[in-house]
Design a protein around this ligand. Structure first.
Ligand SMILES: Nc1ncnc2c1ncn2[C@@H]1O[C@H](COP(=O)(O)OP(=O)(O)O)[C@@H](O)[C@H]1O
Ligand SMILES: [Mg+2]
Length: 257
């Protein structure tokens, strides 16, 4: 008996972040839930917004779940990179799920998707599920998932699992922003790294009085990927990764190639 092995090519989602898709051999495997972890100022929010905006340009609807910043502020921040989401919101291709204001304040009254109980994961999931279905979202960014279990770290893994079931189940490719402290080399909460399909780590290291940005793909289910640390920049057009350059940091010394 002969056995025919047919290799099914996996579907990939282009991140649209210059350099990243090369590191991922073509893009993020579809339906993956990727944990994007890093300290403050490492570029996590910009990364997530850039991923969503690129999707919009390709007519791939997206949702940003705002847990840490006012939706009004997010629109302003994005427009500074030339990512104007208002026209896409008007067309029903993009939505911000407001899990920040709890519906309090004048500006919040204009938001379409508001989570009233911001500390209730199930309330958030109800609103998110509705938003995904209404706009047909293919990309989702949660900024940040850490906010959901800040006061109860034991809930971290379960929360990520719950989100993964919903997001992946609805066919979305997702980025969960995860905050870590400046000195922590982990991924932000016990067990979260096991629940996620992928882990991308952004770092900011001070060497001899200068800060260096770098990215490391730690894990990505469904694909081979670069195992090196690569430098990147944040420019007025967003994040640019240098896939042909590597960077290593050892005992306070930095090696660039
Ligand atoms: N127009 C810009 N050009 C270059 N760097 C920028 C620009 N805007 C923001 N940044 C950098 O991005 C950082 C903030 O990125 P952000 O994604 O908000 O970080 P995080 O979400 O990881 O805390 C700022 O500290 C600054 O260094
Ligand atoms: Mg941020």
């Amino acid at each position: 008996m002969t056995c025919l092995v047919v290799e099914v090519p996996i579907e990939r989602v282009e991140s649209g972040i210059p350099g990243l898709d090369e590191l991922l051999r073509g893009g993020i495997p579809r339906r993956n839930v990727v944990l994007l972890s890093g300290g403050p100022g490492t570029g996590k929010s910009i990364f997530g917004q850039q991923f969503l905006y690129y999707g919009l340009l390709r007519r791939s609807p997206g949702i940003l779940v705002a847990l840490e910043e006012h939706p009004v502020q997010i629109r302003i921040n994005m427009s500074q990179f030339g990512w104007d989401v208002r026209e896409f919101e008007a067309k029903g291709l993009f939505a911000i799920v407001d899990a920040f204001t709890a519906g309090i304040g004048e500006a919040a009254k204009h938001e379409r998707y508001v989570v009233r109980a911001v500390d209730d994961v199930h309330a958030l999931i109800d609103v998110l599920r509705r938003a995904i279905k209404e706009i047909g979202a293919e990309r989702v960014v949660v900024d940040s998932v850490s906010t959901l279990y800040m006061t109860k770290p034991a809930m971290a893994r379960g929360t990520v699992m719950l989100l993964k079931r919903v997001l992946s189940g609805l066919g979305c490719t997702s980025i969960l922003v995860s905050q870590v402290s400046v000195t922590e080399r982990g991924f932000g909460g016990p067990g979260v790294e096991h629940a996620a399909d992928g882990i991308i780590r952004l770092d900011l290291d001070e060497i001899n009085g200068r800060l260096y940005r770098s990215i490391l793909i730690y894990k990505m289910r469904g694909t081979a990927h670069s195992m090196m640390r690569h430098p990147f920049d944040i420019t007025d057009k967003g994040i640019v990764i240098y896939p042909n350059k590597t960077l290593s940091i050892s005992r306070g010394k930095l090696y660039e190639e």
